[in-house]
Ligand binder design. Structure first.
Ligand code: ATP
Ligand code: PRP
Length: 223
């Protein structure tokens, strides 16, 4: 670590759906920087006064930046943590970004039991999660890795099934797919690099405590 790395706290935020709620939550605690917005093309944005630096990563890459210490802390979905399986501390469930990982098939291909799907092709952005789910229930499948628009695959004969995230269920409905198994629920998580957590404990812990306070207040309000 250089002295500048020690002085600054680097916070990784993912592009995509979690960017705005993550940036807003941190801003409530005073952790923000001029020009930090969804539309900016800048990938590193610093707040020199607060000695914090935001880096904006591709969603799936965020745990890698934190594992290697290129970022001290970050916010990312549990789904990505499970798929990437990086060596980071998961410090907090931030209670937003609710969705769930599931298995779906075209209505016409729905079977009685999961074992009836054995050896079919499964399209997914989450090959490790899919592999481990099917392994866990004792059936072997052919996993096809895609990078998005997963629901398209069964409609054009690329795969019989999908493993993907669902939130409202609208994408499944509009493409005549039905959920046949749940894999895991997911929310946004606050993560930290293992070394940074020790070396910058006070600064990171202050954020963790601040975030806990925000989450508690939100859940009180919801009652
Ligand atoms: N409806 C939803 N669909 C997908 N992800 C959701 C949804 N709701 C919340 N999430 C959470 O948001 C995270 C980011 O989702 P997003 O769709 O922006 O993915 P992305 O990987 O950034 O997209 P891309 O592959 O285009 O870069 C997911 O990892 C998940 O934790
Ligand atoms: O249940 P719903 O509310 O319809 O949301 C689920 C959809 O949202 C996500 O796709 P996203 O928009 O991120 O695009 P992608 O397919 O390119 O990943 C996910 O992969 C589903 O397709």
């Amino acid at each position: 670590m250089t002295s500048s790395d020690m002085e600054y706290l680097t916070i990784a935020l993912p592009k995509g759906k979690l960017f705005i709620p993550s940036a807003e939550m941190l801003a409530k605690l005073g952790y923000t920087a001029e020009g930090l917005s969804e539309n900016s093309r800048k990938l590193v944005i610093a707040n020199t006064e607060k000695k914090i630096r935001f880096i904006i990563t591709k969603t799936a890459d965020l745990p890698t930046y934190v594992e290697y210490g290129a970022a001290d802390i970050g916010i990312i979905g549990k789904d990505v943590l499970l798929e990437e399986n990086k060596d980071v501390y998961e410090l907090l469930d931030l209670k937003f970004g609710y969705c769930r990982m599931m298995v779906a098939v075209p209505q016409a291909l729905k079977q009685e039991k999961m074992s009836d799907y054995a050896h079919m092709r499964v399209a997914t952005k989450y090959p490790r999660v899919a592999e481990s789910f099917f392994h866990g229930i004792g059936i072997q499948m052919e996993i096809i890795k895609l990078n998005g628009s997963i629901e398209l695959a069964p409609m054009v004969g690329l795969a019989e099934m999908i493993v993907d995230l669902v939130e409202t269920g609208r994408t499944l409905r509009e493409n005549n797919l039905v959920e046949v198994a749940q894999i895991h629920p997911a929310t946004a998580r606050f993560i930290a690099n293992r070394v940074s957590f020790k070396m910058k404990f006070n600064r990171i812990n202050q954020i963790v405590e601040g975030l806990k306070g925000l989450i508690d207040r939100e859940s009180e309000k919801a009652k």
